[in-house]
Design a protein around this ligand. Structure first.
Ligand SMILES: *[C@@H]1O[C@H](CO)[C@@H](O)[C@H](O)[C@H]1NC(C)=O
Ligand SMILES: *[C@@H]1O[C@H](CO)[C@@H](O)[C@H](O)[C@H]1NC(C)=O
Ligand SMILES: *[C@@H]1O[C@H](CO)[C@@H](O)[C@H](O)[C@H]1NC(C)=O
Ligand SMILES: *[C@@H]1O[C@H](CO)[C@@H](O)[C@H](O)[C@H]1NC(C)=O
Ligand SMILES: *[C@@H]1O[C@H](CO)[C@@H](O)[C@H](O)[C@H]1NC(C)=O
Ligand SMILES: *[C@@H]1O[C@H](CO)[C@@H](O)[C@H](O)[C@H]1NC(C)=O
Ligand SMILES: *[C@@H]1O[C@H](CO)[C@@H](O)[C@H](O)[C@H]1NC(C)=O
Ligand SMILES: *[C@@H]1O[C@H](CO)[C@@H](O)[C@H](O)[C@H]1NC(C)=O
Ligand SMILES: *[C@@H]1O[C@H](CO)[C@@H](O)[C@H](O)[C@H]1NC(C)=O
Length: 413
């Protein structure tokens, strides 16, 4: 009886256009197709049955994690707390490819873009990646991959799984090496092998910075098969802005001039930081209001708290997700929050630095009038998350007086 159900399931999955042949080589076939089948609603019960009777360790304990962040909010460092875990397959912002496919550098085109369509494509990609379907990603990669192989995989070097066997066959494992070394040595990514490596790890974590609000992920959170957990990473918007000015030099040229000359150019664009603050605030508000679709799935984490006590904070996050702590993560944290690691280089996205020192160092790097401007634009976000306002330059530059109020943000269990 059950065998024939399974057969029906597989046929249905095949007819739904899932790459059955690609999937059948893995023992977790029924697990892989269940979420898709259940989307039709019809085979839900069948799936349930197959799911339970064939549940192995992997199927029942598999965790899917999204590190939900904005650019320059400390997400590279926080992502490493997952990337370093040997059982986690970690990806660094795969949504980049979707955005690239939907638009080109023409800003006008971007504004015209239907936001809903883009968000829908983001969700689709996340869902497929959590199923280890890397062929789906090919729809968005430019240039179009040939033979399921691409040399344009965004930030592949930031994923230790994509820098080690079998995806990258170099003599030594590269995960402790810098990102650009992996990108250089490992050449192109064979997406068939990436899927294989993904299946071989028991959990998956994806860092994203392109989805504006938690609400935009609601349908994924409501899918019980996905069993998704969200780690909402926030950071002081004044620090985010400082980091963006230093990193995205073209886009923030006017801000840089303002900071250096103390005179506000007429073309300073206040909208981006305003939007960032609004999005952070709306998402946090959603989390704090504890809707049923976030129950057991949401935890807010301030980057400053991660930077201050990374091991303690990381353990709290692991505990919320239900993952065992790993010594390798601990070792990585100790090595990379130690001043000695700061000399690895000033690679633009490096996470190797004295994180305690960098979390509030923006205060020495931003003019007081810009700080005042951001405080006015973002004051409700700042107070919501426990970041103190400053009223004078002296207060701003006095690093021994922290602007991060001690706060506990309990996960929504
Ligand atoms: C972007 O798209 C527009 C409209 O299709 C086209 O005219 C323009 O050349 C494209 N720009 C780039 C950089 O691809
Ligand atoms: C990618 O890996 C698969 C599985 O090992 C292999 O069959 C395929 O030939 C590889 N593709 C390329 C383009 O090397
Ligand atoms: C799966 O993981 C094990 C150990 O974790 C490793 O020995 C094996 O090579 C991996 N296989 C693939 C296909 O990634
Ligand atoms: C301060 O800003 C400069 C210029 O953008 C940047 O090079 C430097 O790394 C920043 N320093 C800190 C501590 O943020
Ligand atoms: C921190 O760095 C020093 C050298 O700079 C090294 O001796 C020490 O072992 C490091 N500590 C940890 C925990 O990695
Ligand atoms: C890291 O920064 C903190 C805060 O500035 C400082 O107390 C500590 O000594 C630094 N650690 C190293 C190893 O430089
Ligand atoms: C802002 O200006 C100060 C003083 O000129 C400079 O030290 C700092 O690096 C600048 N910050 C940024 C982010 O460019
Ligand atoms: C934010 O600033 C506005 C205008 O200055 C003020 O009315 C409001 O009370 C402030 N909100 C908070 C939370 O400080
Ligand atoms: C800096 O802050 C500390 C702690 O709040 C305070 O004791 C000290 O007086 C402040 N220094 C100045 C120059 O304001």
């Amino acid at each position: 009886m059950e065998c024939s159900w399974k057969t029906v399931l597989l046929l249905v999955c095949a007819s739904l256009g899932i790459q059955y042949t690609a999937i059948r080589s893995y023992s977790t076939t029924s697990f892989q197709c269940c979420p898709k089948c259940s989307e039709t609603g019809v085979f839900e019960l069948l799936c349930e049955d197959t799911w339970n009777s064939h549940g192995t360790f992997q199927q029942q304990t598999r965790k899917h994690i999204i590190i939900f962040a904005t650019t320059r909010s400390g997400s590279s460092f926080t992502g490493q707390l997952f990337n370093q875990h040997p059982d986690i397959f970690y990806l660094f912002e795969p949504l980049y490819h979707v955005q690239q496919a939907f638009t080109n550098s023409s800003a006008k085109l971007k504004n015209l873009l239907d936001r809903r369509a883009l968000l829908g494509a983001y969700r689709d990609l996340l869902h497929n990646l959590f199923d280890c379907d890397f062929y789906f990603l090919e729809n968005y990669i430019k240039p179009v991959p040939k033979n399921h192989e691409t040399s344009s995989f965004f930030r592949r070097g930031a994923s230790s799984a994509l820098c080690s066997h079998p995806v990258c066959d170099v003599s030594q494992d590269l995960h402790d090496v810098e990102e650009h070394v992996c990108a250089k040595k490992c050449k192109s990514v064979n997406l068939t092998l990436a899927a294989k490596a993904c299946h071989n790890r028991s959990h998956m974590a994806i860092k994203i910075v392109r989805v504006p609000e938690i609400q935009d992920l609601r349908t994924l959170l409501e899918d019980p098969r996905l069993n998704l957990k969200i780690v909402h990473l926030v950071r002081d918007p004044r620090a985010i802005l400082t980091s963006r000015i230093g990193t995205f030099t073209d886009q923030f040229r006017a801000w840089k001039i303002w900071n250096a000359t103390r005179r506000k150019p007429h073309n300073v664009d206040l909208s981006q930081i305003t939007t960032t603050c609004r999005d952070i605030s709306n998402s946090a508000e959603t989390g704090f209001s504890r809707p049923s679709w976030l129950k057991g799935r949401y935890m807010l984490v301030r980057y400053e708290d991660v930077a201050k006590e990374p091991v303690k904070k990381a353990k709290e996050v692991y505990n919320f997700i239900g993952l065992d702590w790993d010594d390798k993560v601990q070792r990585w944290v100790l090595q990379n929050t130690n001043g000695s690691a700061a000399s690895i280089g000033n690679y633009k996205y490096t996470t190797s630095r004295n994180s305690t020192a960098t979390a509030e160092s923006w205060r020495l790097n931003l003019s007081f009038d810009i700080v005042q401007t951001v405080q006015a634009l973002c004051n409700s976000t700042l107070s919501q998350l426990g970041y103190k306002l400053v009223g004078s330059v002296v207060e701003l530059r006095n690093i021994s007086h922290s602007l991060v109020e001690p706060r506990t943000f309990l996960p929504f269990l």
